[in-house]
Ligand binder design. Structure first.
Ligand code: PRX
Length: 580
């Protein structure tokens, strides 16, 4: 890749705005800070008794925050409020339901596979109170995607809804013993359990399991450029960084109402949709349902949201909706806005300044990092186009392929020094894969390319591999290609991310057909539907181009790099490994 600023930024910085930010002196803190200081706030610092759900909920329920709102929940049909005390009771009840109606034990895997609702949060917190590992599954996943994740992790139980349960191929999952159904009039038997019925009856008392700081908590499956999705395992200690970033990056204070728009199926929706704000004792808003300009703005007004965490695609969609909807709502409660998941275009930052009179703060991190690592802080000037500086306590660098640190302004691998608190601790069932992320057992290599300027600001340049970020969601091309190859008409498939002004990237598939099949619009539509039905709507190609043959290496690997060059009218580069 050439050395250029791919997202077209400006050199002008945005100065610090008025605000009493918790991180006041970045440089000094970055020099002095030790993670052990951040632990002092947790009760386990004194008791030695560790459980993230206790720290996020019960600790506050046993304090002056007892009757403070922990959660506002709203969707088209429900509007509910839960204090920390009520969250403690509901998560205890959920823990009792899970324990009493399954054989789930410490370290077993329970998946949650359902749309956002209060019960989803009770179930996650309840399971964590038992020491069960929680695997969150995005509700859009279809049978193939569900199967891969449940079978790789040998999941013992799932919490889901009657609408989604048919996507779980129960007969093919011998380890899956119990299905908790969240709905009405559930018919029970030895396998299917009515979650809500038992939740009502369950005791609100539960003895939390006390664990180790290295005990596992969450298993988030995510995509790479090769192979099936992999299970990224996080541990209790992640809470140290989640709390500290909730304070320094999101600047959460007691009086804040915080809204993270991400679904818990993705890491943002757990680390900051649940833990960051709850560990900080702030009030969270959870909005169910899908994106809609009006309901988003209306909810900010209704709940007086002060701190808002979302993604560039969402901001671009709001931007596209224009000034009309903005005029209808009073959004003046907002005081701090943050973004994650894709490059934040300067254009969006400019829009934020115009309509909210606030800077949008970019944050960079990944499923594997478990919490924010490189960010724009309230107390630092923003360079539009830069994701900011490392969180104090994090050592980030640009390294070459051998792990040598590069000079400012040289492009290379964005890497983090091993050992930060929220770092993933395992790839499920795949120790070799885990080790392959670390260069010289020292640097975690992110798969992103970037450079750092003379002032220590990091600039994202792109993925080193073929991973696609579409609407902020991470999709592995291999998973989509494998699914395409199951379609009877398809003999070869190659999938790339194609730049898109709203979604960041869209998925484009190049396809060669078996003899007897002819390219047509109907066939392209049928193929898109096939992936939608079998994998997930967000993983389905939005564009399909038929080719007689796809570029392959001599060993038969599709050369996505060449497909991308075709698409973007770029030089195709070295073709020496290509078959004739
Ligand atoms: O390419 C980077 C992009 O999202 C990838 C991680 O995806 P995921 O594990 O799904 O986590 C997303 C949210 C935590 C990264 O390798 N990415 C994340 N944040 C940014 C970003 N790209 C540019 N700017 C960001 N701020």
């Amino acid at each position: 890749m050439s050395f250029e600023r791919v997202i077209g930024m400006e050199s002008k910085t945005l100065p610090v705005m008025q605000g009493d930010y918790q991180l006041r002196d970045y440089e000094q803190t970055a020099k002095d800070f030790k993670w052990s200081e951040a632990e002092k706030e947790f009760s386990w610092h004194e008791t030695g008794l560790i459980n993230i759900a206790h720290e996020a909920v019960d600790r506050h329920a046993n304090s002056y925050r007892k009757n403070k709102v922990a959660l506002f929940y709203k969707d088209a049909n429900r509007k509910e409020t839960y204090t920390f005390h009520e969250m403690k009771r509901m998560s205890n009840k959920a823990a009792n339901v899970l324990r009493n109606h399954s054989s789930l034990d410490k370290g077993d895997r329970l998946f949650v596979f359902m749309p956002r609702s209060p019960e989803l949060y009770f179930a996650i917190l309840g399971a964590l109170k038992m020491g069960t590992i929680v695997g969150p599954l995005f509700e859009a996943f279809m049978e193939g995607a569900v199967f891969d994740r449940l079978s790789d992790s040998e999941a013992k139980a799932v919490v889901t809804t009657p609408e989604l349960v048919s996507r779980i191929p129960i007969d093919k999952l011998p380890h899956l013993k119990t299905i908790f159904l969240v709905g009405d009039n559930i018919e029970e038997d030895s396998k299917f359990i009515d979650f809500n019925k038992h939740l009502k009856e369950a005791s609100p008392y539960f003895q939390v399991e006390w664990l180790e700081r290295e005990s596992p908590t969450l298993l988030h499956y995510t995509s790479g450029s090769t192979g099936k999705p992999k299970g990224v395992l996080h541990v209790q200690e992640a809470m140290v960084q989640q709390l500290q970033t909730a304070k320094w990056v999101m600047d959460l204070k007691d009086e804040d109402v915080f809204w993270c728009t991400a679904d818990p199926g993705w890491v943002t929706g757990t680390a900051y949709g649940i833990f960051g704000p709850m560990l900080a004792g702030a009030t969270s808003l959870i909005l169910g349902g899908r994106f809609s300009t009006d309901s988003w703005y209306e909810s900010i007004q209704e709940y007086g949201v002060t701190v808002w965490y979302s993604a560039p695609t969402a901001f671009r969609m709001l931007m596209g909706a224009g000034a009309g909807p903005l005029e209808k709502y009073d959004l003046s409660s907002l005081r701090h806005i943050l973004s994650v998941g894709e490059p934040l275009n300067p254009e969006v930052i400019r829009w934020g300044m115009e309509v909210f009179n606030l800077r949008i703060h970019d944050t960079w991190w990944m499923t594997e990092t478990g919490a924010q690592t490189i960010c724009n802080f309230g107390s630092l000037p923003i360079k539009p186009g830069s994701m900011g500086k490392p969180v104090p306590g994090i050592e980030a660098a640009i390294v070459d392929d051998r792990g040598q640190i590069l000079r400012p302004n040289q492009m290379g691998n964005l890497a983090i020094k091993k050992g930060w608190p929220a770092m993933m601790r395992q790839i499920w069932n795949n120790p070799e894969k885990y080790d392959s992320y670390f260069l010289n057992n020292e640097w975690y290599v992110s798969g992103d390319s970037a450079y750092m300027d003379e002032d220590g600001y990091f600039f994202f340049q792109g993925r080193v591999d073929d991973v696609i970020m579409t609407s902020g969601e991470r999709v592995g091309p291999f998973e989509v290609e494998s699914k395409l190859l199951e379609h009877p008409a398809i003999v070869e498939a190659g999938v790339i991310g194609k730049p898109d002004p709203v979604r960041g990237e869209i998925i484009k598939a190049f396809i060669a057909l078996h003899e007897g099949y002819e390219p047509s619009e109907e066939l392209a539509d049928a193929i898109k539907q096939f992936v939608k039905k079998e994998l997930a709507a967000h993983a389905a190609p939005r564009e399909i181009e038929f080719k007689d043959k796809l570029p392959k290496t001599r060993s038969g690997k599709i050369m996505r790099r060449v497909l991308k060059a075709w698409e973007l009218n770029l030089p195709v580069g070295d073709l020496s490994t290509m078959e004739d």
